[in-house]
Design a protein around this ligand. Structure first.
Ligand SMILES: [Ca+2]
Ligand SMILES: [Ca+2]
Ligand SMILES: [Ca+2]
Length: 267
């Protein structure tokens, strides 16, 4: 943890963006900025997943698929923002992803896009281009897995999820009161993508990738469906300890019933 933090400090690059952040390639970038320590404290994002909803079985291709809706929240003080950038260590057809961290220029402890224009950029893995959708997907946003409640036996792990991050709706009130307007929405080829403070990025159960293929031997019984955000820890957040949620379910044939989460919290 501390070693990673030390690396971040060394590699952080400060950029001052104009009042409204420009699309990649059309404004100042890290390449044009002098490397120096940020003057102002970071307004970090904090990703945390809602528990899975709309969990149900679908039969397709002779197999059972466990479908789910997931919601990735940002409960931090700053936006969770990534931008694609050509170069460095990404496979053919992919682009480097940078996390853009905003800094609190007016010391208000809150993010205001027109004021808090100092940013640092850091490496956050790779982004994959989705030709049909004409936008970049951030590869390592979340991972889904299903396990037995006892012994933590993992039954199936979802293939690596790749998402276009955006503001879908405000976080539920029980998670706090936020006043940030929505900013990330269109997921274009050259626009920054992200989740604003106090917003959730929702992925409905019918979307591609919102399913785990159940292995044939999976029988009836109790299971724990886990969502983990930032599974490779490529994003810097104000809290790294709240990146998982779990939903307890009971499978019986093709039916799924939600049961008390307690069974998945016991060890
Ligand atoms: Ca977190
Ligand atoms: Ca501020
Ligand atoms: Ca993280």
């Amino acid at each position: 943890m501390w070693a990673a933090a030390a690396v971040l400090i060394v590699t952080a690059v400060v950029v001052v963006l104009p009042a409204i952040a420009p699309a990649e390639g059309r404004g100042p970038t890290a390449d044009h900025a002098a490397s120096r320590k940020p003057k102002y404290p970071a307004l970090l994002p904090n990703m945390s997943p809602l528990v899975a909803t709309d969990v149900h079985i679908e039969r397709a291709g002779g197999r059972r698929w466990l479908r789910l809706e997931s919601g990735l929240t940002n409960l931090g003080r700053g936006p969770m923002e990534v931008r694609s950038k050509a170069g460095r260590r990404c496979p053919e057809g992919q682009r480097h992803a940078s996390q853009v961290v905003y800094h609190d220029v007016d010391d208000s402890k809150f993010f205001k896009r027109t004021v808090d224009t100092e940013v640092t950029r850091r490496s956050a893995g790779c982004m994959l281009f989705h030709p049909q959708h004409d936008h970049w997907h951030f590869e390592a946003a979340a991972k889904y897995s299903l396990r037995r409640p006892t012994g933590a036996t993992v039954v199936v792990v979802g293939r690596k999820m790749s998402f276009c991050l955006r503001d879908s709706e405000r976080v539920p009130e029980r998670l706090g009161t936020y006043h940030q307007p929505s900013f990330y929405g269109n997921c274009g080829r050259d626009t920054p993508q992200g989740i604003s403070s106090g917003w959730v990025d929702i992925y409905q159960s019918f979307l591609a990738g919102q399913a785990l293929r159940l292995p044939r031997p999976v029988g009836d019984g109790r299971y724990c469906l886990k969502i983990r955000v930032d599974p490779r820890d490529e994003l810097r957040e104000s809290d790294e300890t709240d990146n998982s949620s779990v939903r307890a379910i009971r499978l019986a044939g093709d039916s799924v019933r939600i049961i008390d989460t307690e069974v998945c919290l016991r060890r």
